[in-house]
Every structure is written in structure tokens, then in C-alpha cells.
Design a protein around this ligand. Structure first.
Ligand SMILES: CC(=O)N[C@H]1[C@@H](OP(=O)(O)OP(=O)(O)OC[C@H]2O[C@@H](n3ccc(=O)[nH]c3=O)[C@H](O)[C@@H]2O)O[C@H](CO)[C@@H](O)[C@@H]1O[C@H](C)C(=O)N[C@@H](C)C(=O)N[C@H](CCC(=O)O)C(=O)O
Ligand SMILES: Nc1ncnc2c1ncn2[C@@H]1O[C@H](COP(=O)(O)OP(=O)(O)OP(=O)(O)O)[C@@H](O)[C@H]1O
Ligand SMILES: N[C@H](CCC[C@H](N)C(=O)O)C(=O)O
Ligand SMILES: [Mg+2]
Length: 485
């Protein structure tokens, strides 16, 4: 493709060479550059891509897109300067892959909690409508039944547009994707054309990156300046803000508390296996049943219903699709031991998620609630004592253990969590080794007890400094069950 064509309508300055050349590939990582590539230099949080320009040229790059002047580069290489390479790469990637998101329905889900859950509920509904679905998110990416590995919740723009292109090639009708606040702030989804944007909620997390809740909120708002229809949780404190400041052509609201919501749920009936509720939509009441328990699951279902109804899926199909969803890996996933206690593996890794899961468990707890959890390293530190306090206030016993400590000292993280725990009456132990922590909780369990193992859900690894080991909470539980008499 001609470089000029790729950059049409984008302001750039030719610093060196000729922009009337063909390039065969775009790349932002020097290690992946191949012959005749355009290498886009991005200033990162760890390193500066401009410093890798020579490596990219050695690997075959013929042109560079930069935002800083760059020196001592071979005169045969074309260098084009733009104001913000992170922004521009999204636009040129979308053009390079021939506007893939125009060719299917695109639903984006944003908010602190519930994104992954909503994508799978939505997929179940769309498949019930007999349409092929793509999924992009934390657990995996999916094209129909084909599973692709995902390294982060929302891919870099170049990788995202390539994935969209592959989805289009494989005749996908609708794509449901998680849109993380990082991705919105870092322009990963710029140039994508969203038919529907879903807003779930906004609570404490990721302040290491966004610094303030206002920045975090405004990152989320970007999605509602990019989509046609906004599906908004009107019970959430920031729901109205998204509507007042977004630019969607229309909004559909959902809620439980706010009876004015377009989709309003009531009469929730929650047990360990799921929840049933009534939903009022356009003056009619419908009964819905889900295989995941909790009030928060009702919010997730309402969000999926809103998106699908807005796209024209009939209500009866929506209800059937939700019922067919068998639950989501690592999201309130329960295992009952022959001894009569139940273990719940859940991905709650932020205060609000943890509170929601524990409150849901309380709805049907008959005996003790024992919670095993920790907090991730190299992530927002402010949530640690808060999660400690929430766990302590809502459990009968806690094991504070490690999540993914990453480069931090596991014991220091646990001590920060303990500060919140100490404010409560809850009895607890600190066991840095997650396997031992889980085993301790299981060894205490008696008939009727509920054990929550929170934080890692579907993850099948643990990050300890620069080592990644295999670790799977559900597997640990099932192995333990086999040793029980
Ligand atoms: C803050 C953030 O999101 N950072 C991501 C970002 O890093 P960065 O842009 O700062 O890149 P960098 O490593 O400093 O490198 C700068 C440039 O030099 C290039 N480079 C680097 C080395 C080299 O040899 N050659 C080379 O060309 C890199 O390709 C890059 O273009 O781009 C990198 C490459 O794609 C990502 O690996 C990295 O994710 C980090 C590891 C990360 O942990 N991100 C998390 C926080 C994240 O994005 N999470 C959200 C979900 C959060 C949630 O909602 O729960 C997500 O969407 O996954
Ligand atoms: N609507 C909700 N409101 C509050 N908590 C929720 C909600 N849905 C799920 N949770 C809790 O949050 C956890 C994470 O849910 P989920 O994976 O769906 O969220 P996510 O937004 O995709 O998270 P991430 O930012 O890590 O991708 C769940 O395991 C559950 O404990
Ligand atoms: N998307 C979240 C996931 C956190 C999961 C938790 N297990 C951890 O590692 O902190 C993040 O990257 O902050
Ligand atoms: Mg997710």
C-alpha cells in the first residue's frame, strides 16, 4: 500500500525521503518488523520506540513514523513526523485493514467490573439469534468457536484492527469486546466503529495509571463519544454523567433501583446456582433466569439485554440466550465437596467486585464464609487496605495470601491488605504461598461453609517476579477434593 494513501487526511511532515513509496506492513515493535515495513515509533511507559528505529531498519523497515525528530538515519529511509504516533497508528491500521469494523456489528463494554461477564452473556444471546460472534477480552479472543490467546483485555490498535479483519474474513456478524480504560486512554480503540457501547460501573481501581477518579471516568466516557447507541447502568453514580457528556444518537438505560430505567429488574430470587428476576421493558414484564448468582449478575444480564434489544434481537430470543449461558470460567464458579461445603472461585480483584461477590454469598450462606484472597503487585496500591476491610467485614475467617505479586515483595503486599483487615473483627491468617493459603481454608471447611477464593478466576498462572508458574485456583480445589476421605 502507498504510504501517502495510508496517511491521507492526516497531518504529517516529511522529515526525510519520499512518501510516495509502497509499504507492505505496519509495525510498532522493532522485533516484529519485516521487509518494507513502516515502523511506528511510540514513546512507551518503559522505553521509547524511537530508540529502536535502527533495529527496525536492520529488520527491513523502509519508513519511520515519528513524533520526535530523529537523527543519524540512513538517507534511503523515509521519515514522517506526526503529533501523536499512538493516535495515528490506530487510524492507519484501520485503513490498512480496509475498515473492518464497518462490516459487522460492534459492541464495546466498558466499566470497572462486569465486562468479561457481559461479553459472554451477549455472545450467548447473539448465537441464539443464529449469528456468528467474535469475542475480544480478558480470558481469550474468539472467532466463532475458534479460541485465540489474549495477552491483555483490549489489544493494541494495530493488533485489534488485524483481529477485526480476521473476524470479517471468517464471516463474523457481531463482535463483543471489552474496552478497558487503559485502551481508551491509550487510543487502542480509536477509529473503531462501535454500534453499541455498554457502561457498567466505575469504582476504585487502576489509579496507578489514571491517577484520579475523574481521569478514570473520562477515559470511560470516550466510548460514549464513539458509539451510536449507549446502554447505560443508570443506578451507577457515573451513569448519568456518561449520558450528559456522551454524544450517542440514543441511549437505553438499565437498573434495579431506578424504576425509570428503560430495562428495570425487580423480584430477584438468588441461590447458589443462579438468579431469576422480572424485567419490565416497554410496559411489559418478562421473567429471566440466569445460571450465575448475585445481584451483580442481574446488572450484567440487563446490560447484555439492552445491547441486543437495541440491535433488534427479539425479547424471547434474548431470554432464551441468557438461560443457555452456563456460567463463565472463574466468575462465581462453584465446586461442592462431598463433605458438603462449597468453594467459589471468582475473579474479584477490586474492592467493588469483592464486596459484590461476598454480599451475594451472604444471600444464601447457611454457615461460615471463609475468604482467601490477595492483591496484585505493580498495580493500584490504594485498593489493598480497602479490600482487606471489605473481606474482613463480610467473612467469618480470612486467609490473606498472594495474587500475582509481580515484581513486588509478596509479604509487603499482604501487610498492606492487613491494615484494612485489622479494622475489622474478623479472624485471619497470612500465608504468602497461595497453594498453602487455599489448602488452609479448605482444611478448615465444614458442612455448609462457603469458601471464596478471589482474585484470579480463570487465570492459569501466577506471576512471581519475572517467573510465570502454572497456577489454577479451580485445579487446586479439585485436587484437594480428591484427597478428602
Ligand atoms: C500501560 C500499558 O498498557 N502499557 C502497554 C504498552 O506499553 P508501552 O506503550 O508503554 O510500551 P513500552 O514497552 O514502553 O515500549 C514502547 C514502544 O517500544 C517498542 N519496542 C520495545 C522494545 C523493543 O525491543 N522494540 C520496540 O520496538 C514497543 O513495541 C512500543 O511500541 O504497550 C505494550 C505493548 O503492547 C504493553 O505490553 C503494555 O502493557 C502493559 C504490560 C500492561 O500491563 N498493561 C495493562 C495495565 C493493561 O493494559 N491492562 C488493561 C486491562 C485493565 C483492566 O481493565 O483491568 C488491558 O486492556 O489489558
Ligand atoms: N456488574 C458487576 N458489578 C460489580 N462486580 C461485578 C460485576 N460483574 C462481575 N463482578 C465481579 O467482578 C469480577 C470481575 O468480573 P469480570 O471479569 O466480568 O469484570 P471485568 O470488567 O472484565 O474485569 P477486568 O477489568 O479485569 O477485565 C467478577 O469475578 C465478580 O466478582
Ligand atoms: N485486568 C486487571 C486484572 C487483575 C487480576 C489480578 N489477578 C492481578 O493480577 O492483579 C489488571 O491487570 O489489573
Ligand atoms: Mg475483563
Amino acid at each position: 500500500m502507498k504510504l501517502q494513501g495510508l496517511l491521507k487526511n492526516i497531518d504529517y511532515e516529511v522529515l526525510q525521503g519520499n512518501d510516495n513509496i509502497n509499504i507492505s506492513n505496519i509495525q510498532y515493535d522493532s522485533r516484529k518488523v519485516t521487509d518494507n515495513s513502516l515502523f511506528v515509533c511510540i514513546k512507551g511507559f518503559k522505553v521509547d520506540g524511537h530508540d529502536y528505529a535502527e533495529k527496525a531498519i536492520a529488520n527491513g523497515a523502509k519508513a519511520l513514523l515519528v513524533e520526535d525528530n530523529i537523527e543519524r538515519i540512513d538517507k534511503d529511509i523515509t521519515i514522517l513526523k506526526v503529533e501523536d504516533t499512538r493516535k495515528v497508528i490506530a487510524f492507519i491500521a484501520e485503513r490498512y485493514y480496509n475498515h473492518p469494523s464497518d462490516k459487522f456489528r460492534l459492541i464495546g463494554v466498558t466499566g470497572t467490573n462486569g465486562k468479561t461477564s457481559i461479553t459472554y452473556l451477549t455472545k450467548s444471546i447473539i448465537e441464539e439469534f443464529d449469528k456468528k460472534t467474535g469475542i475480544i477480552g480478558t480470558i481469550e479472543n474468539r472467532i466463532g468457536n475458534k479460541v485465540l490467546k489474549a495477552s491483555r483485555t483490549t489489544p493494541e490498535s494495530l493488533d485489534l484492527q488485524e483481529l477485526f479483519y480476521n473476524m470479517f474474513q471468517e464471516n463474523v456478524n457481531a463482535v463483543v469486546m471489552e474496552v478497558s480504560s487503559h485502551s481508551l486512554a491509550l487510543h487502542r480503540v480509536d477509529a473503531s466503529r462501535f454500534d453499541v457501547g455498554i457502561y457498567t460501573n466505575l469504582t476504585l481501581d487502576h489509579l496507578d495509571f489514571h491517577k484520579t477518579m475523574e481521569n478514570y471516568r473520562d477515559a470511560k466516557l470516550k466510548l460514549f463519544k464513539m458509539c451510536e447507541i449507549g446502554v447505560i447502568n443508570i443506578d451507577d453514580k457515573y451513569g448519568p454523567y456518561m449520558i450528559e457528556n456522551g454524544t450517542c444518537k440514543r441511549y437505553l438505560t438499565y437498573g434495579i433501583e431506578n424504576e425509570k430505567a428503560d430495562l428495570n429488574a425487580a423480584d430477584l430470587n438468588i441461590d447458589l446456582n443462579g438468579v431469576t428476576f422480572n424485567v419490565v421493558y416497554e410496559g411489559e414484564t418478562h421473567q429471566v433466569s440466569l445460571n450465575t448468582p448475585g445481584k451483580f449478575s442481574v446488572y450484567n444480564a440487563l446490560a447484555s439485554m439492552g445491547a441486543c434489544l437495541a440491535l433488534g434481537v427479539p425479547m424471547d430470543v434474548v431470554i432464551r440466550g441468557l438461560k443457555k449461558n452456563k456460567g463463565i470460567r472463574g466468575r462465581f464458579q462453584s465446586f461442592t465437596s462431598d463433605k458438603g461445603y462449597t468453594v467459589i472461585v471468582d475473579y474479584a480483584h477490586a474492592p467493588d467486585g469483592l464486596l459484590n461477590v461476598l454480599q451475594s454469598m451472604k444471600e444464601f450462606a447457611k454457615a461460615r464464609i471463609i475468604t482467601v484472597f490477595g492483591c496484585g503487585g505493580d498495580r493500584d496500591t490504594s485498593k489493598r487496605p480497602v479490600m482487606g476491610e471489605i473481606a474482613g467485614n463480610n467473612s467469618d475467617f480470612c486467609v490473606i495470601t498472594s495474587d500475582n505479586p509481580r515484581t513486588e515483595d509478596p509479604v509487603s503486599i499482604i501487610n498492606e491488605v492487613e491494615i484494612g483487615m485489622k479494622k475489622t473483627e474478623c479472624e485471619y491468617v497470612k500465608i504468602p504461598d497461595r497453594l498453602e493459603g487455599i489448602q488452609k481454608a479448605l482444611s478448615m471447611a465444614q458442612k455448609g461453609d462457603l469458601i471464596l477464593i478471589a482474585g484470579k478466576g480463570h487465570e492459569d498462572y501466577q506471576i512471581l517476579h519475572d517467573k510465570v508458574i502454572h497456577f489454577d485456583d479451580a485445579e487446586v480445589v479439585l485436587n484437594y477434593f480428591m484427597t478428602e476421605e
